[in-house]
Design a protein around this ligand. Structure first.
Ligand code: AMP
Ligand code: MN
Ligand code: MN
Ligand code: MN
Length: 286
């Protein structure tokens, strides 16, 4: 089985490393099948692909798309997408524009509790002026001494009921699925264990995801607790979904797993890469 890491972030979204640094780190840690899945932007993929090839590491294009479903924000990972597909690029551009608007409202909320300059501060932490997110606000709030960790910032400032929290409308679920599928990509539901929904709504969600053309779910992800590795493996079996693995790496010393470090997928699950030429080329297909 390859050491696959199919969910990671660079400075093109809210990661800390450049796409080149990320690929070299993945290779050095033993990853053999890699993807870069920045939030709502594909601008790092050409660089990542070039450096992955230099390292002799298999690489597939990726993106993590922000979606609103009912009252819940979902993340869809699109793997093996065509980053130049017009519907996909237009959709992602609209999401990034929405992020820019949202950032002003987040900053206004922080202003009201006496935290000034957060918009400029967040942009100073963003590697890509067209992709602003809560992580950039969080890094500013830690740097300026308002909290001691990203986790604390989210809890005290950026989540529901807190001063920097704003409601936001992301892409429509069915449209984002269409962008991925139209561009030739494989839709994977990211870190399903992170959504604040109970069992019944999770079953509804997985059913809708499949009906919309969904193919895989993340089972082994840095966003799951170990008990969720087991429960979402069971969901993959029950719904006939392929399984994916990725650390959701954002940077050294952030998050519980480094690149390539998660436990392997359970052997009876069919991996999302089982029929990929990228995996077969280097003798890695299941
Ligand atoms: P956004 O898409 O701009 O709303 O930001 C979401 C990002 O914030 C996620 O992709 C994570 O990188 C980060 N994030 C969310 N919750 C937390 C948390 N509790 N601690 C640290 N980072 C978080
Ligand atoms: Mn992130
Ligand atoms: Mn995510
Ligand atoms: Mn992610």
């Amino acid at each position: 089985m390859p050491n696959a890491d199919l969910h990671s972030h660079s400075i093109v979204s809210d990661g800390q490393l450049t796409p080149s640094e990320l690929m070299r780190r993945a290779h050095a840690r033993g990853v053999t099948l890699m993807s870069l899945t920045d939030h709502d932007d594909v601008g790092g993929l050409d660089e990542a692909r070039t450096v992955a090839a230099e390292c002799g590491m298999a690489f597939v294009n990726g993106v993590e798309i922000s979606v609103s479903w009912e009252s819940v924000t979902l993340h869809l990972v699109g793997l093996r997408i065509d980053p130049r597909h017009p519907a996909l690029t237009a959709g992602l551009r609209a999401i990034r524009d929405g992020r820019t608007q949202r950032a002003r409202r987040i900053a206004a909320g922080l202003d009201r509790v006496g935290i000034e300059g957060s918009l400029e501060g967040a942009y100073a932490h963003a590697g890509n002026p067209n992709l602003i997110g809560r992580t950039h606000f969080a890094r500013f709030l830690v740097d300026s001494g308002h909290a001691s960790s990203l986790r604390e910032v989210f809890r005290r400032f950026l989540t529901s009921g807190k001063p920097g929290h704003v409601e936001h409308q992301w892409a429509e679920f069915d449209q984002a699925m269409q962008w991925i599928l139209a561009s030739g990509g494989v839709p994977v539901l990211a870190h399903p264990g992170r959504y604040p929904i109970g069992d019944a709504r999770m079953r509804t969600l997985l059913g809708i995801f499949k009906d919309l053309g969904g193919v895989g779910i993340e089972v082994m992800t840095g966003s799951h607790r170990p008990d969720q590795f087991t429960s979402f493996a069971a969901h993959a079996r029950r719904y006939g979904l392929l399984a994916s693995r990725g650390a959701d790496f954002h940077g050294p010393n952030e998050g519980p797993y480094d690149l390539g470090e998660l436990p392997p997928l359970p052997h009876d699950l069919k991996p999302v890469w089982h029929d990929w030429p990228e995996a077969r080329e280097i003798g890695l297909a299941a």
